[in-house]
Design a protein around this ligand. Structure first.
Ligand SMILES: Cc1cc2nc3c(=O)[nH]c(=O)nc-3n(C[C@H](O)[C@H](O)[C@H](O)COP(=O)(O)OP(=O)(O)OC[C@H]3O[C@@H](n4cnc5c(N)ncnc54)[C@H](O)[C@@H]3O)c2cc1C
Length: 385
């Protein structure tokens, strides 16, 4: 793949350290976690001890005050191994930033140190059964009452939701002046509160990723759990979606490159009567297209990473990065099944290839489906030219 210039020697040393941890501590247990449908809490604590959580969070809150590139390294090492169950970047780079940027000092001190250590697991709940892509159409309600809020609603497909201790929940603000209920508010919901029901969702891919339904029935949330300013929830969600999409593109790209490398190796070793599978022009031209796509995507993602480090947040570029990386991943995973023939759907290699295919489909849905990203990029062009 292309030579990358964004990482220092220290970052590469860090990569080796993270890779060693994942291979020695996570890989041997991973299949049993797939059967269990979630990653146990001890693994999160081990991940925290090994420095996988909240790298960029300040030391004062339990983080490492590390550069963003170390978050990138972790997401890439997880992506290479397709450890979608232990999505540490969900905790570190998707949930924790809401606390770092919106929470009061008291809330930061109450939540961040234990999110950084892995003693607490965090999640974010936007999606509802009738509104996934259309975030603004959510029906969950948040009504102001004396001393706090009453939360009612149904969230679905929430990653880490079943094990989470704290969930950032978005809901419709029903107490806005003039009866305006189009505004959203964010609350920090401790999952030991009364009025919360949780149910795991079984899936045909990403089996080790805890994914669940969350139902809130007259759940009383104290005042101190408001996150940011009341009514600004939609603005916050769209702001933070940029970093979420960048992280998802980094993860998808690392998976895509690894699956492609494995596939090239397979084609090189699969004998035919005249040579190997890689000798067929129809094989190597397809691989050449996907290899080229991966190189270009990598260069684009690295530019987005560099911009992110400079504090230049660009949600549109993050949407493009996620769109391109996940679509390339899906094409590679599909070819991975096709070129393996029957062994692409049977035995150990078939299990891997079909899992890669299903997971690649998930990746082009979560965090904004490809069509939604195209729509957003397309609409932004009106003001761009
Ligand atoms: C494993 C997994 C983990 C997840 N984790 C979380 C989480 O932690 N928190 C959370 O809040 N959500 C989470 N989600 C939910 C995810 O973000 C939604 O599934 C996603 O936003 C799509 O919403 P939906 O499933 O309701 O599909 P829909 O919105 O019904 O869309 C279905 C399809 O319709 C098409 N479509 C939709 N809108 C448009 C459009 N504007 N133009 C053209 N076509 C369109 C697309 O093909 C899309 O894939 C997770 C989902 C999965 C599968």
């Amino acid at each position: 793949m292309i030579r990358r210039s964004i990482f220092s020697f220290t970052d590469e040393q860090f990569r080796v350290q993270i890779g060693d941890f994942l291979d020695s501590e996570i890989a041997p247990c991973y299949e049993s976690w797939m059967r269990a449908g979630c990653v146990p809490r001890e693994a999160w604590i081990k991940a925290g001890q090994a420095g996988l959580l909240c790298r960029t969070a300040p030391r004062a809150y339990g983080g490492h005050s590390a550069p963003f590139l170390q978050s990138v390294v972790i997401a890439e090492e997880l992506g290479k191994r397709r450890f979608s169950g232990l999505l540490t970047f969900l905790q570190s780079d998707i949930v924790a930033p809401y606390f770092l940027q919106l929470a009061t000092e008291e809330q930061k001190l109450a939540y961040l140190p234990r999110l950084c250590s892995g003693e607490r697991i965090g999640a974010i709940a936007m999606t509802e059964p009738q509104s996934g892509s259309e975030v603004a159409q959510m029906r969950t309600t948040i009504s102001k009452v004396d001393g706090g809020f009453i939360l009612n609603g149904h969230k679905t497909h929430i990653s880490n939701g079943f094990t989470a201790d704290a969930v950032i929940v978005a809901g419709r603000d029903c107490s806005a002046p003039g009866g305006d209920n189009t505004r959203l508010t964010l609350l920090i919901v401790d999952t030991d509160m009364q009025g919360i029901k949780r149910a795991p969702i079984s899936k045909s891919g990403m089996q080790a990723l805890d994914t669940c339904e969350l139902i809130f029935e007259n759940c009383k949330i104290p005042d101190g759990k408001l996150l940011g300013i009341e009514g600004k929830g939609l603005f916050y969600l769209f702001t933070f979606l940029g970093l979420e999409r960048l992280m998802l593109s980094i993860y998808a790209q690392a998976s895509a490159v690894t699956i492609l490398q494995e596939l090239i190796h397979f084609c090189q070793t699969r004998k035919t009567s005249t040579g190997t599978l890689l000798d067929y022009q129809t094989t190597y031209t397809k691989l050449a297209d996907l290899y080229s796509e991966c190189c270009v995507n990598q260069a684009f993602i690295d530019t987005c990473i560099t911009e992110q480090m400079r504090g230049r947040h660009d949600p549109r570029s993050a949407s493009i990065a996620k769109l391109r990386a996940t679509e390339a991943l899906r094409s590679i995973a599909l070819l991975g099944v096709q070129l393996r023939g029957a062994s692409g759907i049977s035995g150990k290699s078939g299990e891997r290839a079909t899992q890669d295919l299903v997971e690649s489909c998930v990746q082009s849905i979560w965090g904004g489906a490809s069509e939604v990203l195209r729509d957003a990029v397309g609409k932004s062009l009106i003001n761009c030219i």
